[in-house]
Design a protein around this ligand. Structure first.
Ligand code: PLP
Length: 397
């Protein structure tokens, strides 16, 4: 990729004046992406097809998946998580232990199977799953644990969660929606090891296919099952569709769902995947810039992350004191700077408030403190300066 193409992409994202609003997310939809859509539309095959297969192969290659890990693309991470839950055998009467502090897509994907969600806490440094909190909740009906790579950071307790799962005979489902391209310490990319792992290629994620996701399984025999689950229970149409064709003789062998990934989303995903190294490098740079520029503010906590192993999806600060977060959010909004909140605890939602749970002290504290600042794959120095200046001016410095 030439340096000037990269500069052009950055320039095409350049904000023209200081009055522009800065969104929290801004997917890259430049020339390469537009061209990929045009070409795919021109080929006249819209459903799951050759490009879906190419996207699966491309992702597996990017993640350096070993031969014993198998990847199946879906139309969302929610559905990838749902299929992972089905593969893990979750159903009515089972429990799955999940952090309350994550996006409700994960909880919905689990409870879709009829299993009950049980809420555990997160640990305070990476806001990832707290293994001690999980250990206290494991019971006779527990079948799986869902761990989340919050903000792309590897959860500090992940190894301990796997140890616990091995001891107790539980499956682990990793929601890696935030961690496409993150590395585990002394290990490969997230997804290249472990149990069931799911990614999102939704509209705002590090790479997008508009809507999309993928599930990785360590068991070869799951692949056929996943193909059937993905395609309304049909046993033998996947290979034909991978060749932009159809089979008219097939059996329906199980209850399935309609969650395969179409050609146009795959084309967009492939165009984004070709740029992912640049996206990640840029995002790391912006996170480091924010870290350095906010380091001396006593009212703000950052993650002190070593971004070199992280594919940053969101840049989150914590504002520990009282109602400062709401007022800071308002102050930034008045300056045209959008912010987000990842996440509020799911145990407070109407649908989940009767779920079994352990103490959620960290969840309750941090969900009142976290604030997501704008992070895009292409940001200008002036928009970074505006965000930093907005935060600093709120605290009078
Ligand atoms: C975005 C997200 C999901 C859902 O991804 P979709 O592709 O939109 O279904 C799940 N979990 C987390 C933590 C997410 O951020």
């Amino acid at each position: 990729m030439s340096g000037s193409a990269a500069t052009d992409r950055a320039a095409s994202r350049q904000s023209s004046g200081t009055q522009d609003k800065i969104p929290v997310f801004q997917p890259y939809l430049g020339e390469e992406v537009q061209r990929a859509v045009q070409d795919a539309l021109g080929a006249g095959w819209l459903g799951m097809g050759r490009l879906t297969r190419d996207f699966e192969i491309g992702i597996a290659r990017f993640l350096s998946l070993p031969a014993d890990r198998h990847l199946v693309a879906t139309n969302s991470c929610t559905e990838a998580l749902h299929l992972a839950a089905v593969i893990a055998g979750l159903g009515p009467g089972d429990e799955v232990i999940c952090p309350s502090f994550t996006y409700v897509a994960g909880h919905q994907a689990m409870s879709m199977t009829g299993a009950e969600v049980v809420f555990c806490d997160v640990e305070q440094d990476t806001l990832g799953i707290d293994p001690a909190s999980v250990a206290e909740l494991v019971g006779p009906r527990t079948r799986a644990i869902m761990a989340v790579h919050y903000a792309g950071l590897p959860p500090r307790g992940l190894d301990a969660v796997y140890d616990l799962a091995t001891q107790s005979g539980l499956r682990v489902i990793e929601d890696a929606a935030h961690a496409f391209g993150s590395r585990l310490p002394n290990d490969g990319m997230v997804g290249s090891g472990g149990d069931l792992t799911c990614f999102s290629f939704g509209p705002v994620k590090v790479i997008t296919s508009l809507e999309g996701g993928a599930v990785i399984t360590p068991r070869e025999e799951d692949v056929q099952t996943l193909h059937e689950l993905r395609l309304i229970g049909v046993d033998s149409d996947t290979d034909a569709r991978y060749n932009n064709s159809r089979t008219w003789e097939y059996d329906v062998v199980r209850q399935g769902y309609r969650c395969h990934l179409g050609t146009i989303p795959a084309a967009i995903g492939l165009a984004q995947l070709a740029l992912v190294d640049e996206f990640i490098a840029n995002r790391r740079g912006y996170c480091r810039h924010y870290d350095a520029a906010l380091a001396d503010l006593p009212q703000v906590r950052t993650f002190h992350a070593d971004w070199s192993n992280v594919s940053p999806f969101i840049y989150v600060i914590r504002v520990p004191s009282g109602d400062d977060r709401a007022r800071l959010q308002q102050h930034l909004a008045e300056l045209g700077i959008a912010t987000g909140i990842h996440f509020q605890g799911a145990h407070e939602f109407s649908y989940y408030k009767t779920c079994r749970r352990g103490p959620l002290d960290v969840t309750e504290r941090v969900s009142a403190e976290v604030l997501t600042l704008p992070l895009h794959s292409y940001m200008t120095e002036s928009s970074l300066d505006r965000v930093v200046g907005g935060v600093r001016s709120f605290f009078g410095s």
